[in-house]
Design a protein around this ligand. Structure first.
Ligand code: C5P
Length: 301
């Protein structure tokens, strides 16, 4: 989460996307949520939020369509923080949306985390990342993830986050269809289908392959929700097939879908895969991981 203060333009915080490199479902809990183990990497594709002092709480969105008004996680996060430290405080928030919603990139949760970071500064709450993460968990299961490190392991319902000191120079091709995937619906489909009897790698096995060639990661990009996501749309667009036919070294699904990602060793390879997948009908972006030390900007594909 990067922030920069300017007197004239307000306080700006950039909110990155994520991909679940792996996601294993370990079981269903008494509260209906699922216990997970997931390795998550933050990606250099950003929404931007600008915060300015105001009397009430207000949110203006530009760019890709997102739930406005009361349903937006940014306002939910703002209210949770205000209740905890500055009851009744206001702010005017501008959200520039570039992360496609409903695809498994965590944009809404990342925006909520960015709102906590920005308003914590604007309102002078003085909370540390851990305090903000505790508040974030009330807003959504994977909000705390965006207050941790560029690569992390998520456990519990997603709110227990362990930072991982790992890097990777992989390039990512992000690819998605023109429809969203309902997270709760995918988990419900997972419950109906039952767990797969196959026993693929543990979620954390991918960590041993981040520094190696992308093709070696192929067996480790497991996501237990993929069959469930597949099952809830009969007009499903085969994003995985697009990327594989485009020659991707390794492909995984992020979150509960509907987006997939391919990993590549070079920018040229990523661009080639992205071009072929786009020609086949997918929306694509080429991006780096935040953990790689390269220039942290979205790369045009
Ligand atoms: O916590 P969040 O609002 O992001 O979760 C959306 C929905 O996804 C939940 O209502 C629940 O149905 C499902 N979910 C789950 N197990 C998780 C995370 C989410 O069943 N670990």
């Amino acid at each position: 989460m990067r922030d920069a203060t300017s007197l004239t333009q307000g306080l700006t915080v950039e909110a990155p996307a994520k991909v679940n490199l792996t996601l294993r479902v370990l079981g269903v809990r008494d509260d209906g949520y699922h216990d997970l183990e997931s390795v998550v990497a933050l990606v250099a594709l950003f929404d931007s939020l600008v915060f300015e002092p105001a009397d009430g709480l207000g949110l203006v969105c530009r760019g890709m369509e997102v739930p406005g008004g009361e349903d937006n996680l940014v306002l939910a996060a703002a209210r949770v923080l205000a209740d905890a430290c500055r009851p009744g405080q206001g702010a005017q928030i501008r959200l520039e949306k570039r992360i496609p919603p409903g695809r498994g990139f965590g944009g809404g949760s990342s925006d909520a985390a960015a709102a906590l970071v920005g308003l914590n500064t604007l309102w002078g709450c003085g909370l540390g990342r851990e305090g903000l993460a505790r508040l974030g968990a009330r807003v959504g299961s994977d909000v705390p993830l965006f207050l941790s490190s560029p690569i992390a392991v998520m456990r519990g319902r997603g709110e227990r986050v362990e930072p991982v000191a790992a890097g990777s120079s992989w390039w990512l091709v992000l690819a998605w269809p023109d429809y969203e995937m309902p997270t709760a619906g995918v988990y419900a489909a997972y419950d109906r289908l039952g767990a797969s009897t196959a026993a693929p790698a543990a979620a954390t096995a991918v960590l041993d392959h981040l520094a190696g060639p992308a093709r070696k990661a192929r067996p480790f990009l497991v996501n237990d929700l993929e069959a469930a996501a597949d099952s809830i749309r009969c007009d499903r667009f085969d994003v995985r097939g697009c990327l594989e036919r485009a020659g991707a070294a390794a492909v995984g699904m992020t979150g509960s879908g509907s987006a997939y990602f391919a990993v590549a060793d070079t920018q040229a390879e990523a661009n080639r895969v992205a071009d072929a997948a786009r020609a086949a009908g997918a929306e694509t972006r080429v991006a780096t991981l935040l953990a790689d030390g390269k220039d942290q900007q979205e790369k045009p594909s």
